[in-house]
Every structure is written in C-alpha cells, then in structure tokens.
Design a protein around this ligand. Structure first.
Ligand SMILES: NC(=O)c1ccc[n+]([C@@H]2O[C@H](COP(=O)([O-])OP(=O)(O)OC[C@H]3O[C@@H](n4cnc5c(N)ncnc54)[C@H](OP(=O)(O)O)[C@@H]3O)[C@@H](O)[C@H]2O)c1
Length: 266
C-alpha cells in the first residue's frame, strides 16, 4: 500500500470486519466507531485496530467507511456530520444508498464512493463494484480501488448499475450457499451420511468455481462437458428445467434490484 492512511469505519458487522481485516494486513491504521464498545472490544486484539464509541475519532481520518444497514443510515448518518473532516474520502457499502444522499449528509466533501462488496472478502476473495459520486475525483476512485483490492477483485461500474451488481455479486454468495444447503438435504435423503455429503459438496463447489474461474470456456460449455446425452446429469438437469429454476434465478435477481430501490427510498 502506498500512503499510510487513517481509516475510520462506522459499522463493524460482517462486512465492516471483512474489509478491516484486509486493510490492517496491508498496514493501514483503522479505528472502528461502534455504539457498543464491549461487544466489539475483541477486534482490538484480533484485527489490531482501535475500537471506540467516540465519534470524534473520525475527525482525523482521511477515509471514512460506512458499513451500517441502509435503514439505520437514513436515520442516523447526519449525526456523524460534525466529525467528518473537510474533503475526507467517504466509502459507503450500503445497499440502495446513493452517493447523492451521502453528499447531502456530509456537505464538507464531494469525495464519495459507493462500493458493493461481498462476503468472500472475509478470505480476501471478494468482488467489489465501485462507483465514484458525481463530483468525486479520479484520485479518490483510485484510492478506493487500492483499498478494496486488498480484499479481492475490484470493478468500476456506473452508479446506475449498483443495484444490478448488488443483486449479482453482492448477494451472489447466498445463491451458492443456498444451493449447498439443498444439495445437503437431497444427499441425506439419498442415504449419504451428513459429514460425507458436507465434504463432497464443499469440494465440488470449490472445484467447480475454480474450474469456471480458470477456464476459457463459457459456463454453458462446462455444463455440457458434465452432461452426456441420455445420461444421469441430463436427467437431473431436465428436472431443474421443468421446475423453472432458470426463470426463478432471473426473477430472484430482479427482486434484489427492486428491494435495493425500496431501501434507497424508505
Ligand atoms: N453482508 C453482505 O453480504 C453485504 C454485501 C454488500 C453490502 N452490504 C452492506 O454492508 C452494510 C453492513 O452490512 P452487514 O451485513 O455487515 O450488517 P451487520 O453485520 O448487521 O453490521 C452492521 C453494523 O452496524 C453497526 N451499527 C448500527 N448502528 C450503529 C451506530 N449508530 N454506530 C455505529 N455502528 C452502528 C452494528 O452494530 P451493533 O452490533 O451494535 O448493532 C453492526 O456492527 C449494509 O449497509 C449492507 O447493505 C452487505
């Protein structure tokens, strides 16, 4: 990492902690501002950061990260306004909250970036899509890319696509874990032991995801490699097709996009 930055994080739940872990490993100084210090004190040791209930700790942060729930942001973000430095860079990971909204809460800065990470950031294999706000400098976008690269891959997208990428890569891990849950249930119904099924599912998903990541072939071609005509996989895929799983996936993504715009409005 280039310059030593002081990063303030508002909200240290699953996403906040995932991001912090990448930053402390790359040598940044991080302070987490929490409302219940006792609940988060352990992060001082495990992540090597400062944990405080005092919002004044944000005053000398050159980057402030907002990782609280969208509903709470709407209610309380303005309370942080007096503690944000002039021209501080603000990165928000909240679904549905626009850079315009953040800019209205923090008029002392235009350096606002919206970021859509996902939970594999915990193991630094995340994907984050970022968008600079209307007046955000290129330098701030470059800093956001650098910071978020410490927990995985980063893509720059127009802010108008944030809801769509949120439904795809932000929520994406849940779709895979859902598949794992129901494979487990189905495997046990076939009489496989729970432990064996669990190990086979984790190894299969890992190997398949890595094959997809490494392959030059499209997903559909990789699927065809497993699906001999008239074979067992084909029989299974016909059931998924006949039950409309393909359409359900499209509808699920659309529901995520709708919910994002509701969260932005409420
Ligand atoms: N999880 C994902 O996969 C994902 C993906 C992309 C984007 N996001 C976005 O990331 C954000 C955080 O999500 P999450 O999953 O990490 O939620 P989470 O685990 O519930 O964490 C939310 C955090 O906000 C804290 N908080 C609430 N009010 C606060 C206040 N007044 N001052 C300081 N901290 C406060 C909570 O503290 P307490 O424990 O005291 O309540 C908690 O640490 C959301 O905006 C979400 O849209 C999440």
């Amino acid at each position: 990492m280039g310059k030593m930055r002081k990063i303030g994080v508002i909200g240290s739940g699953s996403m906040g902690q995932a991001l912090i872990s990448g930053w402390t490993e790359s040598g940044s100084s991080v302070v987490a501002v929490v409302r219940d210090v006792a609940k988060y004190q352990h992060l001082e040791k495990s992540l090597g950061i400062e944990v405080t209930g005092d919002r004044k700790a944000l005053v000398d942060c050159d980057v402030v990260v907002i990782a609280i729930k969208p509903q709470i942001i709407k209610e309380i973000l303005h309370e942080f306004q007096p503690f944000i430095a002039d021209n501080a860079m603000v990165i928000s990971v909240a679904v549905g909250i626009t850079t315009e909204f953040i800019g209205k809460c923090f008029p002392q800065t235009v350096e606002i970036v919206k970021a859509m990470p996902n939970t594999p950031s915990q193991i630094h294999m995340g994907v984050t899509c970022i968008s600079g706000g209307e007046k955000c400098s290129e330098n701030s976008v470059a800093v956001a890319i650098e910071l978020l690269s410490s927990v995985g891959e980063v893509f720059v997208v127009p802010e108008s696509q944030q809801a769509a990428v949120g439904a795809l890569s932000g929520s994406g891990p849940a779709y895979l874990f859902f598949l794992a849950e129901y494979l487990q249930q189905g495997a046990e119904q076939l009489g496989l032991g729970a432990d064996l099924a669990d190990q086979l599912i984790r190894a299969t998903l890992r190997g398949s995801a890595e094959l997809l990541a490494q392959s030059e072939l499209a997903a559909a071609d990789l699927r065809r490699q497993v699906t001999s005509p008239g074979g067992t996989t084909q029989a299974a895929m016909e059931v998924l097709d006949s039950r409309g799983v393909d359409q359900a996936i499209g509808a699920a993504l659309a529901a995520g996009v709708n919910r994002s715009s509701e969260l932005g409005k409420s």
